[in-house]
Ligand binder design. Structure first.
Ligand code: ADP
Ligand code: MG
Length: 212
């Protein structure tokens, strides 16, 4: 089974709930190497998304993603908001008109998101940002396609790879965003944006587990 429009809506709702539950965790991570607002930023953004969602819940997946992206762009400040806004806008462009997603559709959408985030934020792998979680997640999806894995297995592999990428940010010295101002003192702390990215992808794997 593919991922249907209603599954996408269920994912966005679960992401909003997960962000609210992990708001202090994300803010604590950001207080170590940033300005202690990542959890609050994400929570504000996804609350606005939840309010906006009923207006587009009968539309195609592309429209839903684009609406999420525009809502995040207009409600979340700092670096994280525009980057997550770009993530969903790019995914929305790739999925325009679609009412369901195959594994290939989702992989192409997430790759477009990654490319958009990289184009906007100019971070490279190893700069200690969300790119360090998103890149291995996309690579795992591509590999799963090569191996003809069913979609629920691919999603789990993708979330596990994002988790490893997130964990690998801890020893790194930040080269982008506020954490880079700390230089070597940024080492020894897990990146907040890589953490929210992992959590978002983990929720996708959990919510879409029945898609095979
Ligand atoms: P701000 O840094 O403006 O306070 P947030 O706290 O919401 O914004 O988000 C911080 C996260 O954004 C970082 O942990 C990092 O993962 C991500 N980030 C910051 N700058 C960049 C960038 N140039 N490219 C990719 N991700 C970035
Ligand atoms: Mg911050």
């Amino acid at each position: 089974m593919p991922v249907y429009r209603d599954d996408v809506i269920a994912w966005i709702k679960s992401v909003a709930q997960m962000i609210a539950e992990n708001s202090s965790y994300l803010t604590d991570l950001d207080s170590a190497i940033g300005d202690a607002d990542h959890g609050a930023n994400m929570e504000r953004g996804f609350k606005a998304v939840i309010n906006k969602l009923p207006e587009v819940s009968d539309k195609d997946i592309g429209t839903i993603f684009k609406t999420v992206g525009m809502t995040l762009l207009s409600t979340v400040g700092g670096a994280g908001g525009p980057l997550y806004g770009t993530w969903f806008l790019q995914a929305g462009m790739k999925t325009a008109g679609k009412m369901e997603l195959t594994l290939t559709d989702w992989t192409e959408a997430l790759e477009a998101s990654l490319n958009g985030v990289v184009m906007r934020g100019k971070a490279e792998l190893g700069d200690k940002t969300m790119v360090d979680a998103l890149t291995p997640a996309v690579n795992a999806l591509k590999q799963a396609i090569q191996e003809n894995q069913p979609i629920h297995v691919a999603l789990t592999l993708s979330a596990n790879s994002a988790q490893k990428g997130m964990e690998a940010t801890t020893p790194l010295i930040a080269r982008k965003g506020r954490a880079s101002y700390l230089g070597e003192r940024s080492a020894g702390h897990q990146d907040p944006g890589a953490t929210s990215t992992y959590l978002i992808l983990k929720v996708a794997a959990e919510t879409w587990q029945k898609s095979i």
